[in-house]
Design a protein around this ligand. Structure first.
Ligand code: COA
Ligand code: MG
Length: 303
């Protein structure tokens, strides 16, 4: 089994790689993870310059315990290979992961993996750069199970509902709202992505919510993805960081209760018991497993 780095991804902050001001703000933010963008948030004329700004920022700013990630252009563009080479060579150990966009097949992941194998040897990198991938094309969702298992470098998949809508032809009205539909139009896609991630042992993450003045709408979407098994959601604006942390940080009472049940079960097991009752609730191996996600998140946070 692959041992991947375990990282917090409650709030993944999107930052245009061309904006030094926003990059500085991001480094000082409370996000667990920051991805400096070279793709859609950066105009074609700024892409080459943004790579240099990103390298400078990773090498000089204090990022605390954050995961330092870049989001690169997709492999059908002329930019993608240089995005990887220039930032890895420039930032070296100061880069943690690379996020791939519009991934359609496992071959996209393998291309990045092979390029990184060569780069890491060539420059004598002392660590292995991780990969993250956006599922935002219909073909990507069709292949999501194989994509999730494509490389030991792959740490998470993100559901990108904006591009996915475009790829699928989902009706988005001029006010940005999804057309009439009885239920959650993203249910199938999120559910399938989470299943693929869990089967592969990687993290499922929920994508952006464009309206950064709507905490209720953001929280509703984030809560749905938490319930399905996601470990975090994107923030496209600093205001959304706290909203994500609120949803994806287990509350202290729940963590204490889960730990109490786990301890009681361990004790019972040592006495040869398989199922016990704690405060009127049946506890067995399966119940302890159900608390696994909460306890793992709490341990990563240091609660
Ligand atoms: N990261 C870091 N800082 C950000 C930020 C981000 N994603 N978004 C906004 N800020 C900063 C602004 O620079 C501003 O700083 P200041 O108070 O020092 O002037 C502050 O937060 C408040 O921003 P605000 O004025 O409310 O918004 P804005 O008009 O400056 O920016 C967007 C709005 C949408 C353009 C901006 O949030 C953004 O570019 N988001 C990311 C877009 C992106 O990466 N898209 C691709 C992934 S979906
Ligand atoms: Mg996209």
């Amino acid at each position: 089994m692959t041992i991947r780095p375990q990282r917090l991804r409650r709030a993944q902050l999107a930052v245009p790689g061309s904006s030094e001001k926003m990059i500085r703000k991001a480094a000082a933010s409370a996000a667990d993870h920051v991805f400096l963008d070279l793709e859609d948030a950066v105009a074609p004329s700024e892409k080459a310059g943004a790579r240099k700004k990103i390298v400078e920022a990773f090498n000089t700013l204090d990022w605390g315990r954050k995961t330092r990630c870049i989001r690169i252009n997709d492999f059908t563009t002329k930019y993608a290979y240089r995005d990887i080479i220039e930032v890895v060579e420039g930032a070296r150990e100061n880069l943690d992961t690379i996020m791939l966009t519009k991934v359609k097949t496992p071959a996209d992941i393998l291309f990045a993996d092979t390029l990184l194998n060569q780069l890491e040897q060539d420059i004598g990198l002392t660590k292995s750069i991780g990969l993250e991938a956006l599922i935002e094309e219909v073909e990507g969702l069709q292949n999501v199970e194989a994509i999730a298992k494509a490389s030991p470098r792959l740490e998470c998949l993100i559901f990108g509902m904006g591009d996915f809508s475009a790829s699928m032809g989902v009706l988005i009205k001029p006010d940005g709202k999804v057309g009439p539909y009885p239920g959650d139009v993203w249910h199938y896609s999120r559910f399938r992505l989470v299943m693929a991630c869990r089967a592969a042992g990687i993290d499922p993450v929920d994508g952006p919510y464009a309206d950064f003045r709507d905490p209720a709408g953001y929280t509703e979407e984030a809560s749905r993805s938490l319930t399905l098994g996601c470990v975090g959601k994107w923030a496209i604006h600093p205001a959304q960081i706290d909203w994500a942390l609120d949803v994806f940080t287990p509350n202290a009472g729940e963590v204490a209760r889960a730990r109490k049940l786990a301890a009681a079960y361990k004790e019972a097991e040592a006495q040869g018991l398989g199922a016990i009752q704690v405060d009127g609730t049946m506890v067995d191996v399966a119940s302890i497993r159900m608390f696994g996600a909460i306890l793992k998140q709490a341990d990563l946070i240091g609660m």
